[in-house]
Design a protein around this ligand. Structure first.
Ligand code: PLP
Length: 293
């Protein structure tokens, strides 16, 4: 069965689901996107994803071309037409189609695309062993809080990670504290520092405020884990007791090596495992998918 995509009011087989060559998303990356997962018939943290979609659109002064209720209907219908139980839902809104010219075109209707695919979560081996990351210069623009489709620097960083046999690239930028990790190319970055404090970059314009990040921060508070939203340097990363990454599709995933060097003893740590378990439960994942010792 061909995958079905939603494009501006129509459900079409994926090969026929197209936008104009003058779509501003195609020509200028003048658009935003969201990625939401559906597990056990439930869109996980749908409200937070919708709120971020609205924030991204507001930052670019693009109107969502449908109501929230219609958007929910479209997402449900796209999932149902693809006969998927668990799914990764991709939504993209661009400023729409107009003759190429930089300023906003007048009277152009934004375009909405929704695609879904089978949800692929980290394997149990990855969850048990953790993954490797490389460090890579953060070469992105200054508004990383907007979930823009302009992802070239992220693409280059992820490609470098893949070529190094790693799952992710942790991006390094110069800040007042020296060289700090901002986030991953498509994930947020965390450590448990040498003082056993859970650390992640604050939700400034230098990072995308992950929905998973916001949920995991709440879980850490509930579990009484000492926590600081404060960037960590490469030196602090080298001394970290634990490290992990988060995203809607990676869940909470241990990071057990950085640039080929083990994090602490090279095994997922206790805090990471507690947060993995807590987040898996939040998603309604069966127990065997949760972290195992
Ligand atoms: N940071 C970046 C740059 C991302 O692209 C993503 C997800 O796509 C994340 C963080 C994690 O966000 P979320 O937890 O909402 O998936």
């Amino acid at each position: 069965m061909a995958r079905i995509a939603y494009v501006d009011g129509r459900y079409l087989p994926i090969h026929a689901a197209t936008v104009s060559v003058e779509d501003r998303g195609f020509q200028f990356a003048d658009g935003i996107y969201e990625v939401v997962k559906r597990i056990g018939g439930r869109l996980i943290d749908a409200d937070r994803h919708l709120a971020r979609l609205r924030r991204s659109l507001a930052a670019l002064r693009i109107d969502l071309p449908v109501s929230d209720a219609a958007l929910h209907r479209i997402v449900r219908e796209t999932i149902s037409r693809n006969a998927l139980a668990d799914a990764l839902v991709y939504l993209q809104v661009s400023r729409g189609t107009a003759p190429r010219n930089h300023p906003f075109p007048a009277g152009t209707r934004p375009s909405l695309v929704v695609t879904v695919r089978r949800l692929k979560l980290p394997t149990s081996a990855e969850r048990r062993q953790g993954c490797g990351v490389i460090t890579h210069p953060d070469e992105r623009w200054a508004r990383c809080d907007i979930k823009s489709t302009g992802l070239l620097a992220n693409v280059l960083a992820k490609q470098a990670a893949q070529e190094a046999g790693c799952r992710e690239a942790w991006l390094v930028a110069s800040g007042p504290e020296g060289e700090v990790v901002t986030e991953g190319s498509s994930t947020n970055a965390w450590i448990v520092d040498e003082h056993s404090v859970l650390r992640t970059h604050p939700a400034t314009q230098r990072i995308l405020g992950g929905v998973t990040r916001s949920v995991v921060l709440e879980h850490a508070q509930e579990l009484g884990i000492p926590l600081e939203e404060r960037a960590f340097s490469l030196a602090e990363l080298a001394r970290a007791r634990e490290a992990f990454l988060t995203s809607a599709t990676s869940l909470v995933l241990p990071v057990t090596s950085v640039d080929g060097r083990p994090v602490a003893n090279g095994m997922p740590g206790d805090t990471t495992r507690r947060l993995m378990d807590r987040y898996a439960a939040h998603c309604g994942l069966p127990a065997e998918v949760a972290a195992q010792g």
